[in-house]
Design a protein around this ligand. Structure first.
Ligand code: ADP
Ligand code: ASP
Ligand code: MG
Length: 407
């Protein structure tokens, strides 16, 4: 007998029929003799629906009230799943994050898990119950409801698997594993049997939303066996692991992309010490996260400074930069919010030269202009115009031999 944490995403619990199917799947696992803790997301579309209700109520609702509101989505699913289990004569009990209790810090909308009191869960498991937990939420030390950021139910599942020392944490979703790239963009994408934590972390950070970044960080830190599988189709899915050996042969494991990017440039900035901090500190003060940064030196002792931010922060960043432009007597601020970042990721890159040049040649052959480049040990990212996203991803997928063999 082993303990598993199963997490079911929004699509997997998107209707009454699907919740019943999930209950059936859990019942089968119980019949095999396993103990199950099920973490559930809100029904698909529900978190967005709740967000739009809030927007109709107030321009900028407080993050505390937003968390109270958004946490209800998962609360609906947890009780419905518990009822569906009862209906199958499978005893179950549901808990909100606060009831468990999953203690977090007080950073509303992006709280971090600090500690989990697993005593209720353990008691219920001992009595043979299936424990259903609302994902994406916790409670701070003052009793305020917090949420863990979009996609946060993945992190709830991994945190519970860690606390309960589960055998494996299964992330059940609408794809049957982690693919070489998003199969919605490249149907020739291949499912990976295994991927390293390091690569999965890069893929998640660079835009592959199949797993929330923090869930991968958490699982890597505590060495939780993490597996992504389909709710709808049998199979072994993809195991996220520390083992590298078999995969070393592949130069590139996957291609990630992020559509949520925008870039801004401030030109004609005096090229003197302290200029980067004069530009980026006021941006940071507005709580705007900066991603890629490039500084060019011009012949006339001025510099052009370009960086990317989340697309939602584009207008706000532009306003901050206009002010900085005046203060620094720089030339002008320009920007573009229809760009995307595309990244190739692979631990094999460490030991092979020429990967960047191949990437740039493939893009050039397709007539795609590269606007920014950044590299690290196991990834190369480029910024290109949004209209080239599909073309670029597919061309790179083919060039790096990632396409499915049978196509
Ligand atoms: P859930 O609601 O179950 O949490 P998500 O929508 O968060 O599901 O994640 C699953 C989706 O992630 C898939 O439908 C797929 O389009 C997308 N995705 C992006 N990159 C990848 C990838 N490399 N492999 C698999 N799926 C990916
Ligand atoms: N319901 C939340 C979201 O849509 C959390 C999750 O599904 O993981 O982001
Ligand atoms: Mg998700």
């Amino acid at each position: 007998m082993a303990l598993f944490v199963y997490k079911f995403g929004g699509t997997s619990v998107g209707s009454v029929e699907r919740i019943k199917a999930v209950a059936g799947k859990i019942k089968k696992a119980k019949e095999r003799g396993d103990d199950i803790v099920a973490v559930v997301s809100a029904m698909s579309g529900e978190t967005n629906r709740l967000t739009s209700l809030a927007e109709q109520m107030q321009d900028e609702p407080t993050s505390r009230e937003m968390d109270v509101l958004l946490s209800t989505g998962e609360q609906v699913t947890m009780s419905l799943l518990s009822m569906a289990l009862h209906d199958l004569d499978c005893p179950a009990c549901s808990y909100t994050g606060g009831q468990v209790k999953i203690l977090t810090d007080s950073m509303h909308s992006k709280a971090r898990v600090r500690e989990i009191d697993d005593s209720n869960i353990k008691k219920d498991l001992e009595q043979g119950l299936v424990v259903v937990v609302a994902g994406f939420q916790g409670v701070d030390e003052n009793g305020n409801i917090t949420t863990l950021g979009r996609g946060g139910s993945d992190t709830t599942a991994v945190a519970l698997a860690t606390a309960l020392k589960a055998k494996e944490c299964h992330i059940y979703t609408d794809v049957d594993g982690v693919y070489t790239t998003d199969p919605r963009v490249e149907p020739k994408a291949r499912r990976l049997d295994k991927i390293t934590f390091e690569e999965m972390l890069e893929m998640a950070s660079l835009g592959s939303k199949v797993l929330q970044i923090r869930s991968v960080e958490f699982a890597g830190k505590y060495n939780v066996a993490l597996r992504v599988l389909s709710t709808f189709k049998e199979g072994n899915g993809t195991l996220i692991t520390y083992e590298e050996s078999e995969m070393e042969r592949a130069l590139i494991s996957g291609i990630a992309f992020n559509r949520d990017e925008a870039k801004l440039t401030i030109t004609g900035v005096p090229d003197v010490p302290g200029v980067a901090s004069k530009i980026l500190c006021p941006v940071a003060d507005e709580n705007i996260e900066v991603d890629m940064i490039i500084q060019n030196i011009a012949a006339d002792a001025t510099t052009d400074f370009t960086f990317t931010v989340h697309r939602n922060d584009y207008q706000k960043t532009k306003a901050v930069l206009e002010e900085i432009c005046k203060n620094l007597s720089a030339k002008q601020v320009t920007g573009d919010d229809s760009i995307v970042k595309i990244s190739i990721v692979g631990v094999g890159m460490r030991s092979h030269a020429g990967i960047a040049s191949t990437m740039f040649r493939v893009l050039a052959d397709e007539g795609i202009n590269i606007r920014m480049i950044s590299t690290s040990e196991i990834k190369i990212s480029v910024v290109v115009d949004e209209k080239y996203l599909e073309l670029a991803v597919r061309a790179l997928h083919k060039a790096f031999d990632l396409d499915k063999e049978d196509q």
